[in-house]
Design a protein around this ligand. Structure first.
Ligand code: PDD
Length: 281
């Protein structure tokens, strides 16, 4: 696999980042995951805008323009012959050459930028989407700026492990009795045909897939309500699902052991997945 690091395309074995990199020492960095369908980037503009916002919130400077970023994405997808999969981008505050809590001077310490592709043939036709997945609920103890897409992914990673140990696939995070989001996705329920998902705030990541799916839903005259919901309400809903760039629209059929609706993926999630994949190709 060819990867990109700080201006160079290299075989992955040759790509190097300093041990003093603040991404490594302090999780001081942001990232984006963009899906690739039929060799094309899905929603690159949305990801680039969110990246710019994440960088701004952390007072970090972009190492290149959006146009250059698009070029790098396209080049890497082409070099690795990716038809279906993902491309991962990470920008950290760079390596000041020592460990210090104080941010280094951006004039002397350049950010580190890394991109790599993940080949996932069959991503769009994922058979799991026909069965749906199960989630457990866990307390959301992450920090208060979940709207910034930082590389601090230890708790989401632990949440996924808790789910696996409990025989489930993933976890939904709960704060003050309400679901915030999934470990790496946005959460939804469907009740009486209405699509319900938490409103945007600093409590959740502003999903690019979420924005697209809600737009397509409204265009298709489906009703959307942006509000919080509890695990109990989700268990009693007709359907549940989540969205992310890596899974598109994924039905959730079991929550904390209780079947949602019929226990099978519902028509609303199936339709949204189809519309999303059609529109993204
Ligand atoms: N995760 N919420 C969280 C906490 C996420 O990490 C993600 C994305 C989303 C969905 O956002 P989007 O639709 O823009 O992918 C919501 C990526 C895919 C990841 O960490 O792999």
């Amino acid at each position: 696999r060819t990867v990109y690091v700080n201006g160079e395309y290299l075989p992955e074995e040759e790509a190097k980042v300093s041990i003093f990199d603040r991404g490594f020492l302090m999780a001081d960095g942001v990232y984006e995951v963009t899906s690739v369908l039929d060799g094309k980037l899905v929603d690159f503009e949305g990801h680039a805008k969110r990246l710019e916002r994440s960088l701004g919130e952390l007072e970090m400077k972009a190492p290149c323009t959006t146009g250059e970023l698009l070029e790098i994405h396209r080049e890497l997808v082409a070099r690795n012959g990716i038809e279906e999969g993902m491309i991962y981008l990470q920008i950290t505050r760079g390596s000041p050459g020592d460990r210090d809590f104080v941010f280094p001077d951006p004039e002397t310490t350049a950010p580190t930028i890394v991109l790599f592709t993940q080949n996932k043939p069959g991503l769009a036709d994922n058979p799991v989407a026909k069965q749906g997945i199960s989630v457990i609920s866990i307390e959301d103890i992450r920090w208060g700026r979940r709207d910034i897409k930082t590389v601090q992914l230890l708790y989401p990673s632990m949440g996924k492990m808790m789910a696996k140990k409990a025989g489930a696939d993933d976890a939904w995070l709960v704060e003050d009795g309400k679901v915030t989001e999934g470990t790496s996705n946005n959460a939804y329920i469907v009740k009486g045909g209405k699509i319900i998902t938490r409103a945007l705030s600093n409590d959740i990541l502003h999903g690019i897939t979420r924005a697209a799916v809600l737009r397509f839903a409204r265009e298709a005259q489906m009703e959307v309500e942006e509000r919080s919901f509890s695990i109990e309400e989700a268990q009693g809903a007709d359907e549940a699902f989540f969205t992310s760039a890596s899974a598109f629209v994924m039905p959730v059929v079991k929550i904390d052991g209780a079947e949602v609706g019929t226990g099978k993926p519902g028509p609303v999630a199936a339709r949204l997945r189809e519309i999303y994949l059609d529109e993204s190709r």
